[in-house]
Design a protein around this ligand. Structure first.
Ligand code: PLP
Length: 456
């Protein structure tokens, strides 16, 4: 992927109710910070548009030099309740002031409250869920899901250890998470891949034309997988790379297949949960109940916390002290999560996500009509969307176009993360769920302007 250039360029000044660009971009005065980062961090950390963030508020992010962006990244789908939400800030400060900053597995009062809140919310859509394991990152939840599927499977039959997952999927950057992931380049470093992890095509109907469930079974047969040896199937509720969903009918058949073969069905909701897709849980779009749910990102709108949700039959297989983590349920992170879940309910952010999502997707549909030969598809639901850039008149991903669009947007006061997905060619849109109609309309207009310029 191309790098964002650190040479400041003069760009048109912008001053609207939401966006403000009043300096060269990147800001000349920000260069010492950016250069120091490039000096002391691995280059892998330098992939985002070079804006030195000072503060965020709602759907907006500001730098130190008076510039302001509408944020279409939410960090990386973290700030569901908006940037800088006051109740979250207050909860963090209040907990920090108690002097309890950490306590491993020793109980504290916020942990049961948060675990109960998460279980109750999961039960609204999946009554089988009654346990919550709090962790720190999304990758830990997918690793733990693999471990639980295999532990349960191997208790039934030592050969029952195969995890099925999907091409183009992403579940984190740790060893197990990368192996269940479906992006071959990310697994090259591993060398000796575990044959117990197999990928089948994700049925997005776009990159994989055959989205029939029969194709799932056919691929397993071709891979020589005996269904009785499958301990679990894991999928992102929508694939983060393209914001693509599977057909509901496929997932219902997958649920039935898992039941028939005593395999667990795991939804990786690290991106999709807490209202992102216009429903509280992304899996509600499929009308099925998962056995395990991986959550992270939007769970706090701020600090690092994640959780794995499941039923006691699955979650209670390890004895006390043997499935733990050092920073599991850090009290300050728990305080942030509780405040965040309360905001999502109180401010009806799931409803706002559905409503603003309709507006966003209507705007993106028009954009695709405007540039039919360069936008191959627009996927997503609620406040997540993936605009898939293609080379003129083909279905070949055009990573350069996606990069130019993101680069132009950031110079115009609309912030996104670097292009993602197949060929790095998806412009990913994921604003905070507090975004309002004016902000949606303004940002879609900026995106259209950027596409027009990038194509010219
Ligand atoms: C769907 C999905 N699962 C898992 C992860 C890993 O989460 P983390 O980066 O917190 O380990 C991510 C992160 O982007 C993700 O998008």
């Amino acid at each position: 992927m191309p790098q964002f250039d650190l040479t400041p360029v003069a760009v048109p000044k912008i001053s609207t109710a939401n966006r403000r660009i009043r300096t060269k971009i990147p800001v000349p005065a920000s260069l010492p910070v950016l250069e120091e980062l490039r000096r002391y961090e691995p280059q892998s950390m330098s992939g985002m548009p070079p804006v030195v963030w000072k503060r965020g508020h709602g759907a907006l992010v500001e730098d130190w030099w008076g510039n302001r962006w509408i944020d279409w990244s939410s960090g990386v789908l973290i700030t569901n309740a908006g940037h800088g939400a006051k109740p979250i800030m207050d909860a963090i400060v209040k907990q920090a002031k108690t002097g309890l900053l950490t306590n491993y597995l020793f109980p504290h009062k916020l942990r049961p409250k948060l675990a109960r809140m998460l279980v109750e919310r999961a039960q609204r859509a999946a009554p089988n869920i009654d346990k919550c394991f709090l962790l720190s990152t999304g990758s830990e939840t997918t690793e733990c899901a693999i471990k639980l599927c295999r532990t349960r499977g191997r208790k039934m039959d030592p050969k029952k250890l195969i995890m099925v997952s999907f091409t183009r999927g992403f579940h984190g950057r740790t060893l197990g998470a990368q192996q269940i992931g479906g992006i071959p380049a990310l697994k090259e470093w591993i060398g000796n891949l575990d044959p117990g992890f197999v990928n089948v095509e994700f049925p997005d109907g776009y990159r994989c034309k055959d989205s029939s469930f029969e194709f799932f079974e056919e691929q397993l047969a071709n891979l020589g997988v005996d269904p009785s040896c499958v301990c679990g199937v894991i999928l992102e509720t929508y694939q983060g790379g393209g914001a693509s969903f599977a057909p509901a009918d496929y997932i219902r058949k997958l649920r039935a297949w898992c039941d028939r073969n005593a395999a667990l069905l795991v939804f990786d909701e690290v991106q999709a949960a807490f209202g992102r897709t216009g429903t509280y849980w992304g899996f509600e779009h499929y009308g099925v109940r998962p056995d395990l749910i991986c959550c992270g990102k939007g769970i706090t709108s701020s600090l690092p916390l994640s959780c794995l949700l499941g039923s006691h039959e699955v979650m209670d297989v390890y004895p006390p002290g043997s499935m733990t983590s050092t920073h599991s349920a850090n009290p300050i992170c728990c305080a942030a999560a509780i405040a965040n879940l309360q905001i999502i309910d109180r401010q009806k952010l799931v409803k706002n996500s559905a409503k603003m999502g309709q507006r966003l997707h209507a705007g993106l549909a028009k954009l695709q009509q405007q540039f039919p030969t360069r936008i191959g598809a627009v996927h997503g639901k609620g406040l997540v969307a993936g605009v898939q850039c293609v080379k003129p008149g083909t279905e070949d991903p055009d990573g350069d176009l996606a990069f130019r669009v993101v680069d132009l947007c950031y110079k115009k006061g609309l912030l996104m993360f670097a292009p993602v997905g197949f060929g790095g060619a998806t412009v990913k849109i994921a604003p905070p769920l507090v975004i309002n109609a004016a902000e949606v309309d303004e940002s879609v207009a900026v995106l259209a302007e950027a596409f027009a310029e990038a194509i010219k």
